[in-house]
Write a protein that binds this ligand. Structure first.
Ligand code: FAD
Ligand code: SIN
Length: 547
């Protein structure tokens, strides 16, 4: 199948989650692919996904019902044609995953022989899953396929630092040589084994780097979620949209000694109830859909009850489901809680909201095409308009597959670019870092200030305070970046600060409350609203003045 000449520049895909793997598997029969992952190939939000992936496959369900649920959850900011196209392709996406070998939980009486579950905001059971570890099942199968593909090279421990744009090309420096077109020509990547930054030329680059959940002190996200793709695209001149809409998942385990982890919404889909410590149910007072209201509503209700009663957590009671059912359908959550001394068939689970999903990201079309030619963004780092002001549960994995397949098609249909002479990374003016404590201290400060000042409920004062601190931290980190050799921690902190800045600026621009953005200063929702789209200011090289 490999029809590409060996001298052809590869398509570089940054990220080995569902978005990256989908693009890789679809492109690799036509073009050479190099996939970079900054940590272990298996580390990604994808591998941690629990509840499942939307599939409109039941005869009693239909695409318009899914579109309506997506629009409703998205609180007026979903781009309807995008939601409709993605919903229309959901059945084919599930078929593709089944054909790859994904072992979804079966039900002989279910559509396509699958067991479907329901989650918050859905009017129907339409979520295909592999027990409560859907992401792991999908990821393992697709990663195995990628590893076996002769046209895919997987580079683990390679962290993309920045995108190669035309100012990084040797032609730029040669008098009389025609100026190359604006575009993305490759990636500078830190090889974490050697500590050296390598310049890699590419015919196209795909950002599949996931979200920015680690910008918050408490998050359901893995270590990889530091917003690298969003920050790199922004620095390269791409627009970024809707960054104020950070989704807080309502139910993450609260444990005083252990790291938090997600307690899937599918448990509420099966009837688990949210309660105060005295056993009083509170969700019906907040929304007629009670525990199955969209996530922004449930997370805000929990936040409200915790503040009202001075609680560290609320309870999720699933005891009525019984040990056998819980063990069969939620084996991982059952076992993980049991290991912490919580038998969820006998006592409620203490839960709190935590940062979960970045609804905004790099502006793209349905093909994942960004503002920069040859640069694509797919999955959680991208913004197609599907999620609006609040993502509907289990739409994320679906978006990774559908947009990933479209992006692959677009890449394959475009003639590959000529070899680009990429300038090497310049390390001549930097020295070895001496004060790692500066980095770790700033990491902690940033994550705590985002949690305290830019959380579920916001005010102008807190946002302005946050912005002021972020600007100071950015200056410090930029100084460090300019003078010392780069490390993963430094690069991640630099990217998190960029994302924090985008989140706060977007939040300050929204003078209303909508979806995941709730402001005490502007509690009303406007009748009509628009996405928040930020455009980078182009600066002359070496100057702080805009062009
Ligand atoms: P990821 O899967 O996060 O992959 C990102 C990849 O990029 C990683 O390989 C990482 O190493 C790499 N990377 C990042 N930066 C760099 C860099 N600078 N250089 C090199 N590599 C880099 N969604 C659903 O639809 N259904 C669910 O049931 C569901 N459950 C979830 C449960 C949890 C606990 C979490 C955290 C999320 C869940 N989500 C769910 C959301 C969903 O899992 C993610 O949005 C989706 O998997 C994102 O996929 P992705 O490929 O875009 O990014
Ligand atoms: C969950 O299982 O609750 C997470 C689903 C999602 O994030 O879409």
């Amino acid at each position: 199948m490999n029809s590409s000449p060996s001298s052809e520049l590869p398509v570089i895909i940054i990220g080995s989650g569902l978005a990256g793997l989908t693009v890789a598997l679809k492109v690799a029969d036509h073009r050479p692919v190099v996939m970079l992952a900054k940590r272990d190939l298996s580390e990604s939000a994808t591998a941690w996904a629990q509840g499942g992936i939307v599939g409109v496959i039941d005869e009693a369900d239909d695409v318009e019902a899914h579109v309506a649920d997506t629009l409703d959850a998205g609180a007026g900011l979903v781009v309807e044609p995008v939601a409709r196209q993605i919903a229309m392709e959901s059945a084919a996406a599930i078929d593709w995953l089944i054909n790859q070998g994904v072992p979804f939980t079966s039900d002989p009486t279910g559509p396509k022989g699958l067991h479907l579950v329901q989650e918050g905001g859905h009017s129907h059971r339409r979520i295909a899953h592999a027990a409560d570890a859907t992401g792991k099942a999908i990821h393992e199968v697709l990663l195995d396929k990628a590893q076996a593909h002769p046209n895919i090279s997987l580079l683990q421990g390679y962290m993309a630092v920045d995108l190669v744009v035309r100012k990084h090309l040797a032609y730029e420096r040669q008098p009389g040589h025609p100026r190359p077109q604006a575009g993305c020509y490759g990636v500078y990547a830190l090889n974490l084994n050697t500590g050296r930054v390598e310049a890699m030329a590419a015919s196209a680059v795909v950002l599949a780097t996931g979200g920015a959940g680690k910008v918050y002190r408490y998050t359901s996200n893995p270590e990889t979620a530091t917003g690298d793709g969003i920050a790199m695209a922004w620095r390269a001149g791409c627009r970024v949209a809707n960054m104020e809409f950070i989704q807080f998942h309502p139910t993450c385990l609260y444990h005083s000694q252990d790291r938090t982890f997600l307690i899937t919404e599918a448990l509420r889909g099966e009837g688990a109830k949210l309660e105060l410590p005295d056993g009083t149910r509170f969700m019906p007072e907040h929304d007629p859909r009670a525990e199955l209201a969209p996530r922004d509503i449930v997370a805000r209700a929990i936040d409200f009850e915790m503040k009202k009663h001075g609680l560290d957590y609320v309870n999720l009671n699933a005891t009525h489901l019984g040990e056998a059912f819980l063990n069969e359908h939620f084996p991982n959550i059952y076992a993980r809680c049991l290991a912490l001394g919580i038998d969820i068939s006998k006592r409620p689970i203490p839960v709190v909201p935590a940062a979960h999903y970045t609804c905004g990201g790099v502006v793209t079309d349905l093909q994942g095409q960004t503002d920069l030619p040859h640069l694509f963004a797919v999955g959680e780092c991208g913004y197609t308009g599907l999620h609006g002001a609040n993502r509907l549960a289990s739409n994320s994995l679906l978006e990774c597959v559908v947009v990933g397949q479209h992006a692959a098609k677009s890449i394959v249909q475009t003639a590959p670019t000529q070899t680009a002479a990429v300038l090497p990374w310049d390390e001549s003016l930097v020295e070895d870092a001496d004060e790692a404590v500066v980095i770790s201290h700033n990491w902690d400060e940033l994550r705590l200030l985002m949690w305290n000042y830019v959380g579920i409920v916001r005010t102008n004062r807190r946002l302005e305070r946050a912005l002021h601190r972020i600007e100071l931290l950015k200056d410090e980190v930029q100084d460090y970046y300019a003078n010392f050799k780069v490390s993963r921690d430094l690069l991640e902190l630099r990217n998190l600060l960029e994302c924090a800045d985008l989140i706060v600026r977007s939040a300050l621009m929204r003078k209303e409350s909508r979806g995941l953005h709730f402001s005490r200063d502007y509690p009303k929702t406007w009748p009509v609203s628009y996405p928040t789209i930020l455009t980078p200011i182009k600066r002359r090289a070496g100057s702080s003045q805009p062009l």
